[in-house]
Design a protein around this ligand. Structure first.
Ligand SMILES: C[N+](C)(C)CCCC[C@H](N)C(=O)O
Ligand SMILES: O=C(O)CCC(=O)C(=O)O
Ligand SMILES: [Fe+2]
Length: 418
């Protein structure tokens, strides 16, 4: 029955606390304080204590109480025979671990947990490693530190554009650019030669270019050479691109090479800021937008271009363990027929979509910029919506899409949390 298989769709009452996951046992409640018969470690580390349960070890370290499953503890063993420290890959065959395994002996000193398994194998874990890597530790952290913004917050932060040479030639310039990009979801490079070739060199500095049906590096103007409103002079309301891909493009690069005419300003809106406000005001709306799967579609039959793309996913995508947003898919032009949920859910979804749209359209959330030759804009297409004002005259933009994985890879290699 519908309501039993999808309990989350029925729990959208006001006052509910946002997304909870149906497979977690109900009333699992807060973790109890470690009882008196626990094993305190040496007096040197009064902040650590542990207790064995039937299938897991409960370990208190500082203020974190971790519940570590025995199979998990065996599986993550970092000994030389279980884990290759050169390749950072597991060598242990997880399928060979007895799912009923229990340690034969457990010992904890001030920095390390020691487990001896029935076959005599010894596993050691640094307590700090466990505190960082356990579920309880992860739940307290965000994956991606961000500053959510409206126009005023962004403008007051006075985030600088990075000079092209510093971006291309120094790690500091690149790192500063990426830090801004990670925090705000947009970043600018200035003093770029206004050509497609120079724009491509910038893109390649941070990522692999994602080739799509629009090509690798694209040029576009209002010539309707492709069957999409982007290729006209019309205004485009805020949206994210390529919602009709199973994995929407991660980053969009825009460089305006020429504009002789009026209008054509670019609109930028922080989608996560808007979604966060919906979560605070009406968590049931947020939950629906995060759970109802939708299709987006691109059907093109213009000139020699024939394409039919379909992407499926909810408007809001969150990490299930901490409810943190990582992707918004919002494009009212490209949204396909809704046929993935029954009528009563459709009605509630339209209410939720309206609430999000109202936030996205608040004038104080709108950042308007005029793109000029020489100034390249990078937009996190998983977070920040873009749009444009109608324009007159000849206007030519070039740019490309990048993959999220590769940009984050570059950021991590520079020591940034991404
Ligand atoms: C950027 N470029 C002009 C190449 C493509 C535009 C794609 C437009 C499409 N409606 C979408 O939102 O995905
Ligand atoms: O013309 C513009 O400024 C942007 C058009 C657009 O939304 C796009 O190319 O993705
Ligand atoms: Fe777009």
């Amino acid at each position: 029955m519908w309501c039993q298989r999808l309990p989350w769709l029925l729990r959208g009452r006001r006052g509910s606390t946002g997304c909870r996951w149906p497979w977690l046992p109900r009333g699992s409640g807060p973790v109890l304080a470690v009882p008196a018969r626990c094993h305190p470690t040496a007096p040197a580390s009064p902040c650590c204590a542990w207790q064995l349960h039937r299938d897991h070890l409960e370990l208190r370290y500082g203020s974190t109480v971790m519940r570590l499953d025995f199979v998990w503890l065996r599986d993550h063993c970092r000994s030389a025979s279980c884990y290759n420290a050169k390749t950072n890959q597991r060598s242990l065959d997880t399928a060979s671990v007895d799912l009923a395994i229990q340690p034969q002996a457990v010992r904890v000193d001030e920095s390390t947990l020691f487990l001896t398994w029935p076959d005599g194998h010894v596993t050691r874990y640094g307590l700090q490693w466990l505190a960082r890597n356990s579920y309880e530790g992860q739940k307290q952290q965000v994956m991606h530190p961000r500053i959510l913004w409206n126009a005023q917050i962004y403008q007051q932060a006075q985030v600088p554009s990075i000079d092209c040479r510093s971006f291309l030639e120094t790690d500091e310039g690149l790192k500063e650019f990426l830090q801004n990009f990670l925090l705000y979801g947009i970043a600018f490079v200035e003093n770029v030669t206004p050509t497609k070739e120079d724009t491509e060199i910038l893109a390649k500095r941070i990522s692999i270019i994602r080739e799509t049906i629009y090509g690798r590096m694209w040029y576009f103007t209002s010539d309707f050479s492709r069957g999409d409103t982007a290729y006209t002079k019309l205004a485009l309301d805020r949206h994210t691109d390529t919602t009709y891909f199973q994995e929407p493009c991660g980053i969009q690069v825009f460089h305006c090479l020429k504009h002789e005419g009026t209008g054509g300003r670019t609109l930028l809106v922080d989608g996560f800021h808007a979604a966060e406000r919906v979560l605070r005001q009406a968590p049931e709306h947020f939950e629906l937008l995060a759970k109802v799967p939708l299709k987006h579609e691109y059907v093109e039959n213009v000139g020699g271009c024939h394409n039919h793309m379909i992407g499926v996913g909810p408007v809001l995508n969150v990490y299930p363990w901490n409810n943190e947003l990582y992707l918004i898919r919002y494009n009212n032009y490209d949204r396909a027929v809704i046929n993935t949920v029954p009528h009563d859910v459709v009605r509630r979804w339209y209410h939720a979509h309206r609430a999000l749209t109202a936030e996205l359209r608040r004038p104080d959330n709108e950042l308007w910029v005029k793109l000029k030759p020489g100034k390249v804009l990078f937009v996190d297409n998983w977070r920040v919506l873009h749009g444009r004002e109608a324009f007159t005259g000849y206007r030519q933009l070039c740019g490309c899409y990048l993959t999220q994985d590769d940009v984050l890879n570059t950021a991590r290699l520079l020591g940034l949390q991404a």
